[in-house]
Design a protein around this ligand. Structure first.
Ligand code: KIV
Length: 284
């Protein structure tokens, strides 16, 4: 069954947990979709996980549309949420509308995600009025990494914690259908989840949110440049990949791959004639 903003709200109303994972390509999206995960986020974390940048600031609209469209082709049931990249919505409501419109039309997203609280409520309101579902993202918002002075837990003191709660209430009032809250003390995740009517999806926000999101390379042990405290590695796929790549390298160099099983044959009479004619041909 296709997950929609309506089924997200029903899950919250019924106290059912929601799952979201990132993906950036067709094959991975298909695997996640088939596993029953509710939503696929084409996160701008593709900057780190796929493109090898130190952060998400350099990610462009073209990157998001290119990867978003690939994911949308692989996701039949999961709700596809595509991140709006840095500076594609902060400048003005008009630029947010134009760029979100491109993501919906060219990447075939089901929804967009924007980072920020009270300051981006005008953008959220306009997008929602135009029929574009918006997932908000508050707490540790990676596009503001330079302002935070690094990937740091947010809301550790009372003032900062209250500001995050205020942001949560504001983005809900502006029309967000869900709110991602990242890297905050568990008590903030819990309180926001209790206070909001819309689903709250946590990443490093403790166990009490309505759902969880993780970057798939983190949870499969593929990306290990930096493993945040909130990540659990559910499988060691990185190890498996490394072993597979090394076996391939060994077998090609030893001449054991490809073997007969992986090779195509000609009909014997064709092969015989081919050898004969080839022997008679003269090449310059
Ligand atoms: O870009 C991303 O993957 C995200 C998640 C970490 C929530 O925004």
């Amino acid at each position: 069954m296709k997950n929609t903003v309506k089924t997200f709200q029903e899950a919250k109303n019924n106290g059912e947990k929601l799952t979201m994972l990132t993906a950036y390509d067709y094959s991975t999206a298909k695997l996640i979709d088939e596993s029953g995960v509710n939503s696929i986020l084409v996160g701008d974390s593709l900057g780190n996980a796929i493109l090898g940048y130190d952060n998400t600031v350099s990610v462009t609209m073209e990157d998001m549309i290119h990867h978003g469209a690939a994911v949308a082709r692989g996701a039949k049931n999961a709700l596809v949420v595509v991140d709006m990249p840095f500076m594609s919505y902060q400048i003005s409501v008009e630029s947010a509308m134009e760029n979100a419109g491109r993501i919906m039309k060219e990447a075939h997203a089901d929804a967009v995600k924007l980072e920020g609280g009270t300051q981006i409520c005008p953008q959220i309101r306009s997008l929602v009025d135009a029929g574009i579902p918006v997932c908000a993202h508050i707490g540790m918002t990676p596009q503001s990494i330079h302002a935070f002075g690094g990937f740091k837990v947010q809301g550790k003191d009372v003032g900062a914690a209250l500001k995050i709660v205020k942001d949560a209430k504001a983005v809900e009032a502006a029309g967000a259908f869900a709110v991602v809250v990242e890297c905050v003390p568990a008590i903030i995740g819990k309180k926001i989840t209790e206070m909001l009517k819309v689903p709250v999806i946590g990443i490093g926000a403790g166990p009490d949110t309505d759902g969880q999101v993780l970057v798939y390379q983190d949870m499969l042990g593929i990306f290990s440049d930096f493993v945040p405290k909130f990540v659990k590695q559910f499988a060691q796929v990185g190890e498996l990949m490394r072993a597979g790549f090394a076996d391939y390298d060994k077998e090609v160099k030893a001449g054991t791959f490809p073997g007969e099983k992986q090779s195509y044959a000609m009909a014997p009479e064709e092969e015989e004639e081919f050898e004969k004619l080839l022997g008679q041909m003269e090449f310059e």
